[in-house]
Design a protein around this ligand. Structure first.
Ligand code: SF4
Length: 393
């Protein structure tokens, strides 16, 4: 029996609006927006980025998850994994009885046609989708339109004989889903590059060739099955995970363009290389807003709120760190005291506690932003906590 797929919600938007507002809205954040994105209290001034928090794709995915629970109150509702990379949001869904296939004891093979399965905003691999279809589950697809746009591009690359070079994290759900699309029924190939260093290795191979075995060792988990760099790097099209650092993606695209031009010359470039910027507009807007905030030279420090495994949140912190002290916090409880803060290191994966983060005396100006998967209520609570700590309340 083919699975039933809901792709445009379940016509219960108004019915769940109250519950969504209760879970994620903040009156304080709304008031700060109305006040020109600035908040002052005692010696504290907070400047909030012009664009921050839930993006359109996350808004829609969470909305559909709430609609799903409402529409199927008596059926098991299951997520393939985190709906978005924010622990608070995922916990809210668990509290409604929604299960996560990635949790211990869960198995896709135990699903039955009675199960309603929600696909996350970053999409799932073709393989997983086919598996769910074989189980006969009802599917609620929340894949973001901007992710679908990336898929459209990599499928076109494959159809035209181009290998997809994806700037992204090969382990990230979205990139895994995009890579599966790039295979395009066995006709395509992909290479995932994480950063400039990896791009430089691939570009050197395009220019001069090299040791295929060493190349495959280096990109072992980041290439399509059967990838042959001598064959599959003759034509390439660039795409990106939608949440990467936009400036880095553009630079990587230019690195590949230059490598193909050096190897094959200008005349052959169009036949060898294509690029399509697939950073989504929400990611771009949040990164631009942070850059604008940093232009304000009065900031003493920056707080970035969001899940530690949220790619777009990590990239917001990366933009800030070279300019001023930056603390990526997962939730308000990370603001331990006026002297200590728990946060993720911007360049690494570890969580640490830093001392002396908040200037002890005098006026303090803090820049604040949050990732596309961070609800406003968390930002509002961070504002209140900053107020308490700065003013000794
Ligand atoms: S970050 Fe961009 S691609 Fe991802 S869900 Fe949000 S809008 Fe869609």
């Amino acid at each position: 029996m083919p699975s039933l797929i809901f792709r445009k919600g379940l016509n219960l938007r108004h019915e769940v609006a109250g519950a969504l507002a209760e879970s994620y809205h903040s009156d304080l954040v709304a008031a700060i927006k109305d006040n020109g994105h600035e908040y002052t209290s005692g010696r504290l001034t907070i400047r909030l980025a012009r664009e921050f928090g839930f993006c359109y794709g996350v808004d829609r995915a969470v909305d559909y998850a709430y609609q799903t629970r409402k529409r199927f109150p008596n059926r098991p509702v299951v997520l393939t994994g985190e709906i978005i990379h924010n622990p608070h949001v995922n916990d809210q869904l668990r509290a409604q009885g929604i299960r996560f296939l990635t949790d211990a004891g869960e198995s896709i093979d135990a699903l039955t046609p009675d199960d309603v399965v929600i696909l996350p905003a970053f999409g799932v691999t073709i393989e997983l989708l086919e598996h769910l279809d074989r189980r006969g589950c009802t599917l609620v697809d929340t894949t973001c339109g901007s992710v679908l746009n990336v898929w459209k591009n990599v499928k076109r690359y494959a159809a035209d004989g181009f290998t997809s070079v994806i700037h992204g994290k090969y382990w990230h759900e979205e990139t895994r889903a995009t890579a599966s699309q790039a295979l395009h029924a066995g006709r395509g190939h992909y290479l995932v590059v994480l950063n400039r260093d990896q791009a430089a290795v691939a570009c050197a191979y395009i220019r001069d060739g090299g040791d295929a075995g060493a190349f495959l060792d280096r990109f072992e988990r980041a290439v399509s099955p059967g990838f042959d760099p001598d064959r599959d790097l003759q034509r390439a099209g660039c795409a990106n995970q939608t949440t990467m650092l936009s400036s880095e993606s553009l630079e990587i695209g230019e690195m590949f363009r230059a490598a193909f031009r050096d190897r094959y010359g200008d005349a052959d470039l169009a036949a060898r290389f294509r690029a399509f910027d697939t950073i989504c507009s929400a990611t771009q807007d949040r990164q631009d807003a942070v850059a604008a905030l940093l232009a304000d030279r009065t900031l003493d420090l920056m707080i970035v709120v969001g899940g530690y495994n949220s790619s777009n949140t990590c990239n917001l912190a990366r933009i800030c760190e070279p300019r001023l002290p930056t603390y990526h916090v997962a939730e308000p409880g990370c603001l331990l005291s006026a002297s200590e803060i728990r946060h993720k290191s911007v360049s690494g994966k570890d969580e640490r506690v830093s001392a002396g983060w908040l200037p002890a005396r005098g006026p303090v100006v803090i820049g604040l932003t949050s990732g596309a998967s961070t609800p406003d209520n968390l930002v509002g609570t961070v504002v209140r906590r900053l107020e308490e700590l700065a003013n000794g309340m």
